[in-house]
Ligand binder design. Structure first.
Ligand code: COA
Ligand code: MG
Length: 296
């Protein structure tokens, strides 16, 4: 199994907002996305890009639990006047990832990957992709397939729900009912491609109850974490995307049952009146590794 890297809470930080940038070292999120795209007005985009070296030079070594927060840069679309320069400026800071907006086809990712390769970006610089257009959803299977080829650098999908609402015309309701089929499609594709997948943002950053509900729901839907817009949202996401105490206890029970001498070599056993198969053991071990990695 690959080592689990938590991406429960992933906060957008506008590169154009110095006060927000100054907060990065104190945040307990698993990752930040320094945003050069929608959070930077056209007139501020070049100045925002120019701040990247300073932002990365002051990159915090570790957060309160001793883990380094991942740092990702969201660039402008490669087809825009800023995209290519954003990508090169970001790559030279060696971020954990470069988040590409408005990805429509595999070609969009391959183009970014080629630019990174041509500029000798280390393999550790991964590509993250916003899934936020109707076209991306129609092409999601072939886009996700790139995740199986390490040379593509593709590592993570990010649901862009605000753009998806804009692009499709669906009504944005509090229960996200019209977005649900597409969100589930993204999760499915991410799993097929071996990618992480992050839920979209909750715009109402004062309503933390609604956010907590959305995080719990996203965890149940199979998302690895949630993208966030405000530091007040971090805690709810960190709480929601960890295995519950009950789930951990159940996983331990499954593991213990299979380790009993009487069950050695069995494909299927009974545990508290329920059928448990080897696949449940694999699932349990994965869950325990995740809980241990988070350290909670
Ligand atoms: N990252 C880091 N710090 C942030 C932050 C963020 N995303 N959002 C707010 N803060 C900081 C503020 O700078 C402020 O700092 P201060 O205490 O030094 O003044 C503090 O947290 C409290 O902020 P608050 O006053 O509650 O909010 P605000 O009115 O300053 O900002 C938003 C509200 C929505 C404009 C802001 O949260 C934001 O820009 N979020 C990100 C938007 C974004 O990136 N969108 C694109 C992706 S969807
Ligand atoms: Mg967007």
């Amino acid at each position: 199994m690959d080592t689990y890297r938590p991406r429960r809470s992933v906060l957008y930080v506008p590169a154009s907002n110095d006060k927000a940038l100054a907060k990065i070292g104190q945040l307990s999120c698993d990752a930040v996305i320094i945003d050069l795209e929608d959070a930077a007005a056209s007139a501020d985009k070049i100045a925002a890009r120019g701040k990247l070296p300073r932002i990365f030079a002051s990159r915090p070594a570790a957060n309160h639990i001793g883990r380094r927060c991942e740092m990702v840069v969201r660039i402008n679309p490669l087809a825009s006047e800023w995209g290519a320069d954003d990508l090169l400026a970001a790559a030279s800071c060696e971020p954990n990832g470069i988040l590409l907006p408005k990805v429509d086809t595999p070609r969009d990712l391959l183009e970014a990957g080629d630019l990174l390769d041509d500029n000798s970006a280390p393999d550790s610089v991964k590509i993250w992709a916003m899934i936020e257009t109707a076209k991306a959803l129609l092409n999601i299977g072939v886009i996700a397939e790139l995740g199986r080829d390490p040379a593509s650098r593709l590592s993570c999908f990010v649901a862009g729900t605000n753009d998806l609402v804009k692009d499709t015309g669906v009504l944005a309701t509090p229960d996200r009912r019209y977005l649900m089929p597409w969100l589930m499609q993204m999760v499915l594709a991410a799993r097929a491609g071996g990618l992480d997948i992050l839920d979209g943002v909750a715009n109402d950053f004062r309503d933390l109850d609604a956010l907590a509900r959305e995080c719990t729901e996203a965890a149940a839907m199979g998302f690895d974490g949630k993208t966030l817009i405000h530091p007040a949202q971090i805690e709810a996401a960190n709480r929601a995307f960890v295995p519950s105490a009950e789930a951990v206890a159940e996983a331990r029970a499954v593991k213990n049952a299979f380790s009993l001498a009487e069950n050695a070599g069995k494909a299927v056993i009974a545990l508290n009146g329920k059928m448990v198969e080897q696949l449940h053991l694999v699932q349990a071990e994965k869950l325990l590794a995740k809980a241990a990695a988070i350290g909670e």
